[in-house]
Design a protein around this ligand. Structure first.
Ligand code: FES
Ligand SMILES: [Fe+2]
Length: 336
C-alpha cells in the first residue's frame, strides 16, 4: 500500500462547503467538493481536458464543473463534455468520509480498516490543525518523545531538573509502537494545580501508541500522587493524525477529549473546555514553532547523538516505511 491508500485525515469537515477546495496529500493535488446532498467527494485537481485546476470551478448538482470549458465530473470521476458528449472524459476519484468532524480520504484501490477512535465516555474539547514545515518522519519525531517537554511545554511534561528520573518504556508490535513515560511533573501554577487536582510532588504520565495505517498517535495524559493512590481530577486523550502534504511539509490534525471527576453534568468540562482547548492549542503551536527551527530536515537519523528517549525514532521509521509508505525496506537509516 502507498501513502494515499490509507484513510488519511485531510482537514476539518467544515473546510468544504459550497465551493470546491484544493488540497495536497502526499504530493497529489486533489479537488474536494460536496455534492448538492452534502456528500463529500474528491477527484484529481487537474481537468483531463486541458488541465485547469478543478478546484477553481464550481459545484453544479452532484458534479464539479471545470471553469475553463464547462466539462463536469461526478464523485466517481465520470466526466461529461458539453461540446463532445461521446468523449470518455474520466478522471481519478477518491473515497472520502466525514467522521468525528474530520474529512478522511483514500484511493479507491485499497480497502484498509478505518481507524478505531473509540472516544467513548470522553468529552470532546476541540479540533486543531497545523502545517509543519518538516517531512513526515521529522514531524513525528517531535510528537513521540517527552524530553522536549522540559523546555518546550508550559502546561504538562517533566521538570527539566529531574528529567533523569523519568522512566520510559517502549512496547513495539509489528504494527504499533507504544511509549510509556512516568516521572516528576513539571511545576505548575496554583490555579492549574487546583483545577487538575494535583500538587507539585505528583508524577506525570504520558502514555501513547502510534499506529501506521494511517499514521496517527493516541496520547493519554494524567497525574498520580507519589504513593500512586490518587489520580488527577482531569485527564485527557488526544489523537494526532499526521498527513504528508509534500516531501517537506506535513499536516498535523488533532482531536482532543477530556475526562474529569469534578461535579456537574459534564463533570465541569463544558466550562473548562475553552481553557483546556486554549492550552492544547498553545502547546501544539509550541511544537510546530520548534520544528521550524531545525538546522537539517533530512529524515535520516544516522549522525544524530540520540538519547534514551529517542529509541522510538528508529521504531517509527521502520513502520512508516513498511506500513505507511509501503516500501520493501526503510529508505532511511534505523540507527538508534
Ligand atoms: S480544461 Fe477543463 S474543461 Fe477544458
Ligand atoms: Fe510537544
Amino acid at each position: 500500500m502507498g501513502m494515499l491508500d490509507h484513510w488519511n485525515v485531510v482537514g476539518p469537515s467544515g473546510m468544504v462547503r459550497a465551493k470546491p477546495v484544493a488540497v495536497t496529500v502526499a504530493g497529489q493535488a486533489i479537488c474536494l467538493f460536496r455534492t448538492s446532498s452534502g456528500r463529500p467527494a474528491a477527484v484529481d485537481d487537474a481537468c483531463p481536458h486541458r488541465r485547469l485546476k478543478l478546484s477553481v470551478g464550481r459545484v453544479v448538482g452532484d458534479k464539479v464543473e471545470c471553469k475553463y470549458h464547462g466539462w463536469t465530473f461526478d464523485a466517481c470521476g465520470e466526466g461529461e463534455s458539453p461540446g463532445t458528449p461521446k468523449l470518455n472524459a474520466c478522471t481519478t476519484s477518491y473515497d472520502v468520509r466525514d467522521h468525528e468532524g474530520l474529512l478522511w480520504l483514500k484511493s479507491r484501490r485499497s480497502d484498509p480498516a478505518f481507524p478505531d477512535l473509540n472516544p467513548a465516555g470522553d468529552y470532546p474539547i476541540g479540533h486543531y490543525h497545523y502545517v509543519v514545515p518538516a517531512p513526515l518522519e521529522v514531524t513525528l519525531d517531535n510528537f513521540c518523545e517527552i524530553e522536549h517537554t522540559g523546555t518546550v511545554h508550559e502546561s504538562f511534561g517533566y521538570d527539566i531538573e529531574r528529567m533523569h528520573e523519568v522512566r520510559v518504556r517502549f512496547e513495539p508490535t509489528d504494527t504499533t509502537v507504544r511509549v510509556v513515560n512516568v516521572g516528576p511533573t513539571k511545576r505548575m501554577g496554583r490555579l492549574s494545580a487546583w483545577a487538575l487536582g494535583v500538587t507539585n510532588d505528583y508524577d506525570f504520565h504520558d502514555d501513547w501508541t502510534t499506529h501506521f495505517s494511517p499514521l496517527y498517535t493516541v496520547y493519554d495524559h494524567w497525574w498520580t500522587s507519589p504513593d500512586g493512590k490518587r489520580e488527577s481530577k482531569i485527564r485527557w486523550r488526544f489523537y494526532i493524525f499526521f498527513t504528508p502534504i509534500t516531501a517537506t511539509t506535513t499536516a498535523v490534525h488533532s482531536i482532543v477529549y477530556g475526562r474529569s471527576t469534578w461535579p456537574g453534568p459534564t463533570n465541569s468540562l463544558s466550562w473548562g473546555k475553552y481553557i483546556l482547548g486554549r492550552v492544547m492549542d498553545r502547546e501544539m503551536k509550541a511544537d510546530v514553532a520548534m520544528l521550524g527551527h531545525l538546522a537539517d530536515y533530512s529524515p535520516r537519523i544516522d549522525g544524530m547523538k540520540l538519547s534514551r528517549f529517542d529509541k522510538v525514532l528508529g521504531l517509527n521509521r521502520d513502520r512508516i516505511a513498511r506500513i505507511y509508505r509501503g516500501e520493501a525496506s526503510p529508505r532511511v537509516s534505523l540507527v538508534g
